[in-house]
Design a protein around this ligand. Structure first.
Ligand SMILES: [Zn+2]
Length: 250
């Protein structure tokens, strides 16, 4: 087995230990080179992505071909993407309508699991506690937990602030994903931080979401969601997202 494949297999074992899983969906691994120009233009280009073909049920994990050289930090991305694979398998299961509905939840969930990996958590059963001023090693650099939690909100603000937002469907979808990543990181702080203050300025994301929807998400996206809550969120997300597609004509 080559180095990057054994690194990904090691991540899979650690991921299953973290969540107490006894099995994990079958997936294919694909490799990519990171494009700095894409990253500069869009302001984001992740080290990895997961793709689910809802017609065949096939999962593909695409990662940067040198991701193993990043050590522990690179595992944060893989944990995020593994969560998408798990959620697509569990909640979409070849249903195209559910594929859209699941997008918000799975970004919330993947951000939670990625954050736990950043914190060095080995099992969700262990005690977790941190301060917002603690420093952490992340795929975006060494930073305070406060900055880590604020990062997706600031990125969403930047994307929404662009002229002619959203220029295309992908930008709208990615922006929604980043917003749910923010709520995922926020939820971990609400659960485990000693000194989190929930007072971020969400006025920019309220422009596409509306104040009412944003308020709903702030109260609903707390902790670990039950299957029933995930289903309710899925319906909410699908209606909200399709309304945005119509409103912005993308
Ligand atoms: Zn994601």
């Amino acid at each position: 087995m080559d180095k990057v494949t054994s690194y990904i297999k090691e991540c899979e074992t650690e991921f299953m230990q973290l969540l107490g899983l006894t099995s994990f969906p079958i997936y294919e691994i694909a490799y990519k080179d990171i494009s700095l120009s894409v990253s500069d233009e869009q302001g984001y280009d992740s080290l990895g992505s997961a793709h689910y073909d809802y017609k065949t049920g096939k999962h593909t994990l695409t990662v940067w071909s040198n991701i193993h050289t990043l050590g522990e930090v690179g595992k944060q991305t893989i944990f995020h993407e593994f969560t998408h694979i798990l959620d697509d398998e569990t909640y979409v299961n070849k249903d195209p309508e559910k594929y859209i509905a699941n997008h918000g939840y799975t970004e919330y969930h993947a951000a939670q699991i990625g954050f736990l990996k950043v914190l060095g958590v080995k099992s969700i059963k262990q005690n977790i506690s941190f301060s917002m001023s603690d420093f952490i090693d992340t795929e975006s650099g060494y930073m305070s937990i406060q900055d880590y939690v604020d990062a997706p909100l600031l990125l969403a603000n930047e994307l929404i602030g662009h002229a002619n937002f959203p220029t295309e469907f992908k930008v709208l979808k990615d922006t929604m994903g980043v917003i749910f990543n923010y709520f995922g990181r926020r939820s971990i702080c609400k659960m485990y931080s000693k000194d989190y203050q929930d007072n971020a300025d969400t006025s920019t994301i309220e422009k596409p979401l509306t104040h009412a929807m944003c308020s709903f998400l702030k109260t609903y996206l707390i902790g670990v969601l039950t299957n029933q809550q995930i289903a309710v969120l899925g319906k909410f997300y699908k209606d909200m997202f399709l309304a945005l597609v119509n409103r912005y004509h993308v």
